[in-house]
Ligand binder design. Structure first.
Ligand code: ADP
Ligand code: MG
Length: 274
């Protein structure tokens, strides 16, 4: 069943006289209980699409329907309520509350949900343990490294126990061992029927851990089961122009073994991501 649908979704930005099309004509269906990775080159609209799906941004035209609700028709207050009930976020722009400890930051979301003190404490300790911060429970964000703060974000978002998680490059600044333990945590969530949509740079782990791939280049290049999407033709369409690298990836895909990150073939133009 499709838990999320987008219809002809478009978001443009006005930059002086120029119209920047961030995403255009996106018709998408995300299946309930599936793990979906959004991949595409830098500037291809991944963050914009995730913001639109999460109701953090409004489309210029088109609509997003989550579990039957056209979310952009909700009032601002109803949207906040909808998000708190249904959607967990791991976004880089989100901040921890500086005066609260790591454990309190994780518990905060459960406080909003009126969970008991004991449940909050248990769950926050369990989650911080799972992301490798069991010995940092009482540290404040200022006393944690960037990667550790990112792990607290992830623990906080998992504490919400939403049905749907939206994550924008959650592993940036997180070491490989922690990334793996978090991916394992996500795998457990899959068994609980959660839906996860992640913007993820690493094509290899995208292939390894996710079932569905959305391949984006302002327009939707392809969406579907990973083996249908990870073909050299479609990747070439999305990453257009970077032919040498793509033919390399094509070969690697054929071997079902492609230890490459997008950053390995990003043009050195200083274009930041996210
Ligand atoms: P990605 O996450 O794939 O790197 P983004 O969704 O961040 O891509 O951006 C898609 C396009 O929209 C880019 O060309 C970007 O410069 C533009 N864009 C994103 N946000 C804004 C904004 N707030 N104002 C103007 N242009 C924007
Ligand atoms: Mg981005």
């Amino acid at each position: 069943m499709a838990v999320i649908e987008t219809h002809n979704l478009e978001r443009t930005y006005q930059d002086g006289n120029q119209v920047i099309r961030a995403v255009d004509g996106i018709d998408l269906q995300i299946q309930e209980g599936e793990f979906t990775a959004i991949v595409g080159p830098s500037g291809s609209g991944k963050t914009t699409l995730l913001n639109l799906i999460g109701g953090l941004d409004k489309p210029t035209s088109g609509e997003v329907i989550i579990a039957g609700t056209p979310i952009h028709e909700l009032s601002d207050n109803a949207m906040i309520d909808f998000r708190l009930k249904h959607i967990g976020f791991v976004f880089q722009a989100y901040n921890l509350i500086p005066v609260l400890t790591a454990a309190e930051n994780v518990e905060f979301i459960m406080l909003l949900q009126k969970k008991s003190k004991e449940e909050r404490r248990q769950r926050s300790h369990q989650l911080l343990e799972a992301v490798g911060l069991g010995d940092r429970l009482t540290k404040r964000p200022g006393e944690l490294s960037g990667g550790q703060q990112q792990r607290v974000f992830i623990a906080r978002s998992l504490a919400q126990q939403a049905d749907l998680y939206l994550m924008d490059e959650p592993f940036v600044g997180v070491d490989a061992a922690t990334e793996e333990s978090i991916l394992k945590l996500l795998t457990e969530m899959r068994q609980e029927g959660k839906t996860v949509i992640i913007v993820h740079h690493d094509l290899q782990t995208a292939y390894e851990y996710f079932d569905w791939i959305v391949l984006l280049n302002t327009r939707l290049v392809a969406a579907g089961p990973k083996d249908d999407v990870f073909t050299s033709n479609l990747l070439q369409e999305a990453y257009g122009g970077r032919l040498t690298v793509l033919s390399r990836i094509g070969v690697l895909i054929a071997k079902k073994d492609f230890p490459l990150r997008e950053s390995d073939f990003k043009e050195k133009e200083g274009q930041g991501d996210g």
